[in-house]
Design a protein around this ligand. Structure first.
Ligand code: UD1
Ligand code: MG
Length: 431
């Protein structure tokens, strides 16, 4: 589609009360600005992001994820305001869509509605019970006549509940002509983009209001807004997963990152968090487990299991209070209370309760390799680096400090001593 997109993200975001630039705050694991870019990419191949405050930080995060985004640094000192943001931008196509970087819930469908039609300008309008804080849209005969910022409203204008959603599509030649003509004669001494409406109306141009859903167009300005937007995004992610075949118990208690992917039919129980680019394939994730940046394939995890980044769990059962980190488990059972870090464990191996891979000596991390059909007895410590070959039995309570060859038994135990009647002597009691 031949439309240019400009995303305004130069504002300071004071109400966020944060050292992190507003548009870099995350919703479901992805920065707000990236959500907006994703929706924009579905309709345009000419996207410019306007930046200023912590410009380099914002640019870096965007460039890491996208290759073809243009940046424009606003001259905020001389031209503050949404009108100032557009100065010096030359869109590639003859229509431009302007939106804000703090609208992570906007969808490409709604953006398409704003582009459609042959008017000179389309303006997003939200109907709000409480319009306070927004620019009011003066509509006559289904055309927009003016947008008045709240701080510049007279008492009658203040009562208008059709507000400016802050997204516009406009013929690029009008933008080019109007922007240099803007002034800052208003209560905030800013260059208001919204003043171009009056210029267009004076020239007899058609300015159409496009009514848009509040949920998508309300900006995120505070951490309260951030949490509200997160809830909405989570609902969207989970609804779509369930419609595609994933079973969820009490979905309101489940968190799923937008970068996670699901294949086949999985069951996700209550209180589960799936973080980062995790892949869940035909698996059962039981209550209160946490999976981060890992692949879980044909396996069951938890309840209360924890799988940390870069793990690949295949045809495996992991039970309660088992923590796995950067490990490959293929056809393994680890039922209870273990730490398996930097380990590769193969088919048919059973990890007893309380087994620990001691992968860290205070300076560096070391690897553990466990082959096929190994029985690791409960409460075993494996002091890495260690290789345990196939068909090995390790007695409960063993501290493994040497590699173990195929077919062996390994056991390290202090001999058990039993002193008869010691209890009665110690407490001076008669039996
Ligand atoms: C703006 C609109 C208002 C509308 C509201 C919708 C104007 C004058 N007013 O008000 O009618 O109801 O959005 O949310 O446009 N930005 C820059 N450079 C700047 C100032 C802002 O890039 O110098 C960016 C911000 O980062 C933000 C967007 O523009 O993404 C909107 O700025 P904001 O200050 O939130 O505008 P409002 O005052 O809320
Ligand atoms: Mg503002």
């Amino acid at each position: 589609m031949s439309i240019s997109v400009v995303i305004l993200s130069a504002g300071k975001g004071t109400r966020m009360k944060s050292n992190t630039p507003k548009v870099l705050h995350k919703i479901s694991g992805k920065p707000m600005i990236s959500h907006v870019i994703d929706a924009s990419k579905k309709i345009s191949d000419d996207i410019t992001v306007v930046i200023y405050h912590q410009a380099e930080r914002v640019r870096e995060v965007i460039e890491k994820e996208y290759k073809d985004i243009k940046f424009h640094i606003q001259d905020v000192e001389n031209f503050p305001g949404t009108g100032g943001a557009l100065r010096g931008i030359t869109p590639k196509y003859n229509r431009t869509l302007i939106l804000n970087g703090d609208m992570p819930l906007v969808t490409d469908n709604s953006l398409k509605n704003l582009i459609d039609g042959d008017s000179d300008i389309n303006i997003s309008v939200i109907k709000l019970d409480n319009p306070s804080g927004y620019g009011r849209v003066v509509i006559e005969n289904q055309e927009v006549k003016q947008i008045v910022e709240e701080k510049d409203c007279n008492p009658i204008q203040k009562e208008i509940n059709s507000v400016n959603g802050g997204v516009y599509s406009i013929k690029s030649e009008l933008l080019k002509r109007y922007i240099p003509k803007l002034n800052n004669f208003n209560s905030q001494k800013e260059y208001y983009l919204t003043d171009i409406i009056e210029m267009a109306v004076k020239e007899g141009r058609i300015v159409k209001p496009i009514f848009v859903p509040e949920e998508e167009f309300k900006g995120v300005n505070s951490k309260l807004d951030l949490a509200t937007a997160e809830e909405i995004m989570q609902r969207r992610i989970k609804d779509s997963l369930m419609l595609n075949g994933t079973i969820m118990h009490l979905p309101d208690t489940i968190y799923i990152d937008i970068n996670a992917s699901f294949e086949g039919e999985s069951i996700i129980e209550s209180g589960v968090s799936i973080i980062g680019k995790s892949q869940i394939i035909n698996s059962h994730i039981k209550a209160n487990s946490v999976i981060e940046d890992s692949i879980i394939d044909n396996s069951s995890i938890g309840p209360m299991g924890r799988v940390r980044p870069q793990s690949h769990i295949q045809d495996t059962h992991i039970g309660n209070f088992v923590e796995v980190k950067k490990s490959n488990l293929n056809g393994v059972k680890a039922g209870h209370l273990s730490y398996l870090g930097d380990a590769t464990i193969e088919e048919g191996t059973n990890i007893g309760a309380g087994v620990i891979t001691c992968n860290y000596d205070g300076k560096a991390k070391y690897k553990t390799k466990i082959g096929k059909n190994v029985f690791v007895g409960s409460d075993t410590q494996i002091v890495a680096p260690i290789t345990i070959e196939d068909d090995v039995i390790i007695g409960a309570g063993t501290t493994v400090t040497k590699d173990i060859k195929t077919g062996s038994l390994a056991i390290s135990r202090v001999p058990l001593k039993i002193v008869a009647d010691f209890f009665y002597k110690f407490f001076k009691k008669v039996r």
